[in-house]
Every structure is written in structure tokens, then in C-alpha cells.
Design a protein around this ligand. Structure first.
Ligand code: FAD
Ligand code: FES
Length: 266
């Protein structure tokens, strides 16, 4: 585990949706699916980002324009510039012994870690159904990358411009009615993940969720990302948690804490 950032040159930048760019670095970080890195924009901030596509030669990090730091990154960082990358950190997705078919559900910028998991699962011969949700067709990311891995892709959009019109959790409901599924994995808006977690638990299917909390150190030292009431650190014991366990936390799907520790309702 690295505590200091390494300066990595941006080799390629892809505009994958109106508000998400994927930054490609020539480095195998040897991260496991579900892990994240801290991305340092010198003079601005350091923010947690999931590992997306990763192979022997490169790593892809999909970054949405969500606020001050990420907006500046979108505006100012060009191919050839360097970013500080620290990590990888955090817990990983677990595939049940003998799993034959799993479902991954990514919402918005929660999709990159789902792609990383799909890479790992398909390499192990596990079939993957990938449900990708977004507000509209233009915001769907990585459809081709999932297809390249041989995943069955199902889309859902709020406005019906691609795939199912409505929630990706409705697509999951249908999949679980029709197929025998050995594992469910999700990353995206927390209310979506609560729904996925409840569906998985109700059907007694092994389910994992990847949570997001405000992070400072990223490696378990500062206590910023602790969850009520267990005190687990989302940067260390998370971000991936078993759904059953995530549901025991009163704040899951209800509230989070900002940088000063003040509660922010969801
Ligand atoms: C484990 C983890 C993995 C993530 N993976 C991705 C990813 O792959 N792609 C992606 O686009 N985004 C990802 N995020 C979210 C990303 O970290 C925030 O969008 C980013 O930090 C926003 O920073 P900002 O300064 O641009 O926005 P701000 O204007 O500061 O805030 C916008 C939103 O981002 C949250 N945020 C700001 N700083 C942090 C921080 N240090 N830690 C956590 N949340 C923060 C704020 O609470 C607010 O909700 C991930 C977050 C976590 C915790
Ligand atoms: S961010 Fe410091 S303990 Fe998690």
C-alpha cells in the first residue's frame, strides 16, 4: 500500500459522457476490483476515485465533474500532464465459491468499479449481467467495454432514451425473477444501493455494495469516513461491504457527513 502519491502522466483522456472523462495512465497499480485511489490535483485537493478498467499495461479512472476539484481537473488537465496517485486502498469485491452467474449494477460514476469487477469475473469464467443506469442515453458509460468482455448488458435511463425507462433496480427485479444468480454487486447512488441490498438479502443471494463517504487520508488514519454505529472506516473496512452488514448501519441510505463531520441528509 502506498502512502505517498506517484506522479503519473495522463496518456489519454476520453469524454465518455457529458460530465465524465476517463483518464488513462500507463501503470498497472495491481489494484483489486472495488479498490480506490486518492487523486491529487496539485494546489487544489485530493479526492477518492475508483479503479475502473485495469490490465497489465494501463489503468483507467473515470472522473465525473462533480464540484470544485473535479471541475478544475476536467478543465485544466490535458494529455501529457501529471496527476498524483496514491493507493490502491480499501476492501475488495468477493466472488462466491463456485459462482456461475453474477449481476453488476452501476449507476453514474459508480459504473467504473463494476467494470473492474466484470473484468475479474469474466476472466474466471463467470457470466456477468451488467445493468448500467443513467439519467439518459448520453450519460450511459462503458457499454462497449462491458460488451467487449462478453457481458450481457441491460440499460436503464430515467427518460427512457435507452433501455428500460425507470430505475435500474426494476431491471434487477426482473433479472432475479428469470435467472439463477449467485452474486449481486452495486455501486452508485446510495438509495439505489439500499434497494439492491434489500432485494439481494430478501432472495438470499450474496450481495455487496460499495459505499462512498467523505475521505481525507484514505488509509484509515484520520477517522473522517467512520460509519454510525459500528465505527467502521469506509476507506479501510470499506468501501465494499456485504449488503446484510451495510443494512445494519442506521446511516446507510439516510445520511452522510461532510468534511467537518456535520450530518448531511440524503
Ligand atoms: C471510495 C470512493 C470512490 C469514488 N469513486 C469515484 C469515481 O470512480 N468517479 C467519480 O467521479 N467520483 C468518485 N467518487 C466521488 C468523488 O470522490 C467526489 O465526486 C469528488 O471528491 C468531488 O470532489 P470535488 O472537489 O470536485 O467536489 P465538491 O464540490 O468538493 O463536492 C461534491 C460532492 O463530492 C463529495 N466529495 C468532495 N470531496 C470528497 C472527498 N474527499 N471524499 C469523498 N467525497 C467527497 C462532496 O461531499 C459532495 O457530495 C468516489 C468517492 C469515494 C468515497
Ligand atoms: S479517510 Fe481517514 S480514516 Fe477514512
Amino acid at each position: 500500500m502506498a502512502y505517498l502519491p506517484v506522479a503519473l502522466k495522463v496518456e489519454e483522456i476520453r469524454q465518455d459522457s457529458p460530465n465524465l472523462k476517463t483518464y488513462v495512465f500507463k501503470r498497472n497499480l495491481r489494484a483489486k476490483p472495488g479498490q480506490f485511489v486518492m487523486v491529487w490535483v496539485p494546489g487544489v485537493d485530493e479526492v477518492p476515485m475508483s479503479i475502473g478498467w485495469q490490465d497489465e499495461e494501463e489503468v483507467h479512472i473515470g472522473i465525473a465533474d462533480a464540484g470544485d476539484c473535479t471541475h478544475l481537473l476536467h478543465e485544466k488537465i490535458k494529455v501529457g500532464d501529471k496527476l498524483g496517485i496514491r493507493g490502491p486502498y480499501g476492501s475488495v469485491f468477493n466472488l462466491p465459491e463456485g459462482a456461475k452467474k453474477i449481476v453488476v449494477i452501476g449507476g453514474g460514476y459508480g459504473t467504473p468499479p463494476m467494470l473492474s469487477l466484470a473484468q475479474d469475473a469474466t476472466a474466471k469464467g463467470i457470466e456477468v449481467i451488467a445493468i448500467i443506469g443513467a439519467r439518459s442515453k448520453d450519460y450511459i458509460i462503458y457499454e462497449d467495454w462491458f460488451k467487449k468482455l462478453g457481458c450481457e448488458v441491460k440499460l436503464s435511463t430515467d427518460d427512457g432514451s435507452a433501455g428500460h425507462k425507470g430505475y435500474s433496480t426494476e431491471v434487477l427485479e426482473k433479472v432475479l425473477e428469470e435467472e439463477k444468480i449467485d452474486g449481486i454487486y452495486t455501486c452508485g447512488p446510495e438509495l439505489m444501493m439500499v434497494n439492491v441490498a434489500k432485494q439481494g438479502v430478501a432472495k438470499d443471494i450474496y450481495t455487496e455494495v460499495s459505499l462512498e463517504r467523505y475521505m481525507k487520508c484514505g488509509f484509515g488514519a484520520c477517522g473522517q469516513c467512520c460509519m454510525d454505529n459500528t465505527g467502521i472506516r469506509i476507506c479501510k473496512e470499506g468501501p465494499v461491504l456485504e449488503a446484510k452488514y451495510a443494512l445494519e448501519h442506521p446511516e446507510f441510505g439516510k445520511y452522510t457527513r461532510g468534511p467537518e463531520g456535520i450530518i448531511e441528509e440524503m
